[in-house]
Design a protein around this ligand. Structure first.
Ligand SMILES: NC(=O)c1ccc[n+]([C@@H]2O[C@H](COP(=O)([O-])OP(=O)(O)OC[C@H]3O[C@@H](n4cnc5c(N)ncnc54)[C@H](O)[C@@H]3O)[C@@H](O)[C@H]2O)c1
Length: 344
């Protein structure tokens, strides 16, 4: 690892982009150089926190700067491809918020530009860094669950109407969907990462408790190429935001997680099932906050892109990898619209 060199870091979009800004400012391997937003108040707040940062309202003006190596693209979802491509054309590496874009077709433009320029492009799916995810994925890959039979995934969240009012949230044009494309796309990513390639989906969706264009609830049956099946629920109607189930059931074991908290670890191949579960729950049953030494969330993703650029490796989640969840979301919406099973 090259520990001497540093990257110049910039962020566009200061909603969740503030987490990118804080992560870049905290990194020993980056200098936070510039931030961009249309709203002056947000730029003033950034400047107050980091007096050395340059602020811009014009993205193209910002990316002219030679001291910027990486730009985090934290704009409304339908703007990701356009701005990522503009940044790469200016010679900048990019870290793009989830979903990579709202259609596979537009996300492909990012991949094409990345391939053409040889720059690094990464996508934020920080839930892969949640502490129980590494042991869960390892247990699957090592075959400790036997053959996977069933997954249950349920993103039971809540959003007030005010979250949608006058916003790009919950619009087909800018958000690309509702509870599924926006909130649950992280868990779609985890589902395909843990359970493998999806063959087909059968879905329903509806608007149950908000005045929005898109949906605030989807329910799907998912079939995998492996023969396994899963149920997938997304909603922003589950007051006050109940849980995120990520549960796997195999012929030889069960692992159940709620968001970042391990709940159940029962593996039949264990020398002592109960003792192993107790140890795993002690380690991973208190979530990300239970392991203060482990870097998670946006800090982890920003460190990953910095390392990818400085140390010359692929980022953990590439545009092609992130497109898989968008492809599944597109299939779920098509199935819900047509009432038919849709192949992915
Ligand atoms: N990884 C996560 O957990 C996570 C969490 C929240 C949001 N997101 C994603 O991040 C993206 C942004 O979401 P958000 O909640 O921060 O939205 P937001 O509306 O709070 O912030 C977007 C910002 O972009 C600015 N902006 C819009 N157009 C601009 C332009 N042309 N130039 C400069 N600035 C511009 C807006 O003024 C706004 O401040 C979305 O794609 C969303 O899905 C990811």
């Amino acid at each position: 690892m090259n520990t001497e060199k540093k990257v110049g870091y910039a962020v566009v979009g200061l909603g969740i982009g503030r987490a990118h800004m804080d992560a870049a400012a905290a990194s020993e391997r980056a200098d936070l150089v510039a931030v961009c937003d249309l709203i002056e108040k947000k730029l003033d707040a950034a400047k107050k926190k980091y007096p050395y940062v340059r602020t811009y309202t014009d993205f193209d003006e910002m990316i002219k700067s030679p001291d910027i190596d990486i730009v985090s693209i934290c704009l409304p979802s339908a703007m990701h491809a356009e701005y990522a491509v503009r940044a790469m054309r200016a010679g900048k590496h990019v870290l793009i918020e989830k979903p990579v874009d709202i259609t596979v077709e537009s996300a492909m433009k990012i991949e094409e530009e990345r391939a053409r320029t040889g720059l690094v492009a990464g996508v934020v799916h920080q839930n892969r860094y949640n502490v129980p995810m590494a042991p869960m994925k390892a247990a699957v890959d090592e075959g400790r669950l036997g053959s996977l039979i069933l997954g249950t995934f349920a993103v039971k969240w809540y959003r007030e109407q005010s979250y949608y009012d006058g916003s790009w949230h919950g619009t087909w044009e800018q958000d690309g969907g509702g509870s599924l494309m926006n909130q649950a796309v992280h868990t779609v990513d985890l589902m395909q990462w843990l359970m493998g390639e999806v063959e087909s989906v059968n879905s329903v969706m509806g608007i149950y408790n908000h005045k929005i264009d898109t949906e605030d609830l989807t329910v799907s049956t998912v079939k995998f190429k492996s023969g396994a099946v899963a149920s997938f629920i997304s909603t922003t109607c589950a007051y006050p935001g109940i849980s995120t189930d990520i549960c796997l059931y195999g012929s030889r074991g069960t692992i159940e997680v709620d968001a970042d908290i391990l709940k159940t670890w029962k593996l039949a191949d264990s020398d002592d099932e109960d003792a192993e579960e107790e140890e795993m729950l002690k380690k991973y049953g208190r979530g990300n906050g239970g392991s203060p030494d482990v870097i998670t969330g946006h800090r982890a993703v920003v460190e990953d892109i910095i390392s990818a650029v400085l140390d010359g490796h692929e980022p953990r989640i590439t545009p092609l990898e992130a497109m898989k969840s968008v492809r599944i979301v597109e299939a779920i919406y098509e199935s819900a619209r047509t009432g038919k099973s849709v192949r992915v």
